[in-house]
Design a protein around this ligand. Structure first.
Ligand code: AMP
Length: 550
């Protein structure tokens, strides 16, 4: 057989030749839509590729982006890797200090800055090592060569020259909620294979007829591979810019059929989408991941809006897709409630990914059974899973000696291969020697109509080691004895020792830079309000009344 290199240039060339008329639509900050087709994108990518090399960028050099989801960012998603350089999308929500460390470690040689982020970037530019900057905004004071002029003055590159599919194509840092951000370097081969796997019918299942909206930021785990999967499938793409004012309007106006984002985004968008139910009839599927999708939200989308929810699990380290939750043929005869319960699991490994549940012993790991009950550490391997962190030697904390990635997630796997995340290993609450799953408690709390958001955290306890503590954002409706009601709701599903000792009601749960509940920040916030002091944590069944009800 031909030794045919698997590179992103193949994806770009295929989209250009076979799907040239398909559209990329971007929501601009002024609310208008910018549209062009894959032929126009291709021609700009070829000129951009040559323009980048004028800055002395060579094979393997890191080129960063500080940008939202726009057509320019999409152009960079192809131009940078297709000249053999490494695309490094920076998380615009990180602190200047974190960004300075990341840019320093990555040794970025050039940074592209989105129009919406010019001022934000300039505020910390002096702290970062890279001083070659190209602004999308032509009015940025020091935009010597703004993006558009750079493109218009460049000649198109004659051909792509990626000689080895194992060349690096991208670098993403983990979001840093579990410690310091760590870099993950993807290769052309790993991203190409991830694209093929993601596009299987039982995975993202994108078709040429789809209109795909990646709401997941392009700096979060390569936008879950969607910029590549969408163009390889030949689907249209809608890019929402930095912060679409109304997701429902965007979906209605552009005819989106498949959209992807974290649960928080879908919880927020639900009322808007419900109002515009008649105008979003084309929306057939949501790909939801990054955090557990609460069962009531799955139910609401499927029952009220007729939109299929596909729950996905993955990690920056996995390019990022690992599992995908679709029902099996054998599930057809189940009731809706039973189907939603399965969909709330994180799903089965996508083809190419291997999972195992492990328990650590004195001489390594033993494998645990797939019985849907036994909780173990989730370990993975695949052609698109990292085997080390960027510039860091693999350590036993992250990689096993037989070369599996230790995900840091605790999970169960049932006999059909459906994996369910129980908690992050470090977040699993250990009380009196037993494990309590914060995710399971949150899921049941969220079933109550008065609960808008819920986060359960473990707090140190002298007697039990740790005890659960529930933090709840209530909907507008509520009653005086809401804590007792919630306690009863949990008691109907969990043993007594699982019931949180304390319920605190807040107006908002802090979010991480990628929109997940930030339990570290939440704990710090509660501590600063003296809500975690020792006396209040020792099994006293304390109740703090809702802040907005006082
Ligand atoms: P990141 O690399 O920022 O995408 O974070 C990866 C981590 O997010 C995983 O190890 C999980 O802890 C969590 N995660 C991702 N997807 C899900 C999901 N569908 N349900 C629960 N946790 C998830």
């Amino acid at each position: 057989m031909m030794n045919y290199p698997l590179t992103l240039a193949q994806i770009l060339e295929h989209a250009h030749r076979i799907h040239g008329d398909k559209q990329v639509t971007t929501l601009l900050p002024d609310g208008t839509l910018h549209r062009y087709n894959y032929i126009a994108l291709y021609e700009r990518v070829k000129r951009l590729a040559n323009a980048i090399t004028q800055f002395g960028i060579q094979r393997g050099d890191r080129v960063a982006t500080y940008a939202s989801n726009t057509y320019q960012h999409l152009e960079l998603y192809y131009a940078i890797p297709c000249i053999g350089a490494v695309l490094h999308p920076l998380n615009v929500r990180l602190s200047p200090l974190q960004l300075a460390q990341i840019v320093g470690e990555a040794e970025d040689k050039l940074i592209f800055v989105d129009s919406g982020f010019t001022a934000q970037f300039k505020a910390f530019q002096h702290k970062i090592a890279c001083q070659q900057v190209i602004y999308f905004d032509p009015t940025a004071a020091d935009a010597d060569v703004p993006y558009e002029r750079l493109l218009s003055e460049a000649t198109p590159v004659a051909s792509w020259d990626i000689r080895d599919e194992n060349w690096a194509m991208g670098l993403c840092y983990t979001s840093g909620t579990q410690g310091e951000p760590r870099g993950v370097l993807y290769t052309h081969r790993s991203m190409f294979l991830h694209t093929l796997a993601a596009n299987q019918a039982d995975v993202f299942g994108l078709t040429e007829a789809d209109v795909v909206l990646p709401l997941v930021p392009m700096f979060h785990a390569m936008a879950w591979g969607l910029p590549y999967a969408t163009m390889f499938a030949g689907a249209d793409m809608v890019l929402p810019g930095a912060k679409p004012p109304c997701i429902a309007n965007l979906i209605a106006e552009t005819g989106v059929t498949v959209a992807a984002g974290v649960p928080t985004v879908w919880a927020k968008a639900y009322p808007e989408l419900r109002k515009r139910r008649k105008d979003i009839g084309g929306l057939r599927r949501l790909i939801v991941g990054g955090e557990a999708m609460p069962l009531p939200l799955i139910e609401a989308y499927e029952k009220e809006l007729g939109v299929e929810i596909c729950h996905a699990w993955g990690m920056t380290e996995m390019s990022p897709t690992g599992t995908f939750s679709k029902l099996r043929g054998a599930h057809r005869s189940l009731s809706d409630a039973e189907k939603w319960r399965i969909k709330a699991k994180q799903g089965r490994p996508i083809p190419g990914v291997e999972l195992r549940l492990a328990a650590e012993t004195s001489n390594g790991f033993t494998e645990l059974p797939w019985d849907g009950k036994t909780i173990g550490e989730l370990q993975v391997r695949s052609p698109w899973t990292a085997n080390n962190y960027y510039k860091v030697k693999p350590t036993p904390e992250h990689f096993t000696t037989d070369k599996w990635l230790r995900t840091g997630d605790m999970a169960t796997i049932d006999a059909d291969g459906y994996m369910q995340i129980v908690d992050r290993a470090k977040a699993l609450i250990r009380s009196g020697g037993e494990s309590i799953s914060s995710i399971a408690l949150e899921t049941v709390l969220l079933k109550h109509p008065y609960v808008h958001e819920a986060a359960v955290v473990g707090i140190p306890d002298e007697k039990w080691g740790e005890r659960p503590f529930a933090v709840v954002v209530l909907t507008e409706q509520t009653t005086e004895n809401i804590s007792d009601i919630l306690r009863q709701q949990l008691a109907s599903e969990f043993p007594k020792f699982w019931i949180p000792d304390k319920f605190v009601f807040v107006d908002e749960i802090p979010k991480t830079s990628v929109g997940k509940s930030d339990k570290r920040a939440l704990l710090a916030q509660l501590a600063s309000q003296n809500l975690l002091d020792k006396s209040s944590t020792v099994c006293k069944n304390q109740i703090v009344e809702p802040a907005h009800k006082k």
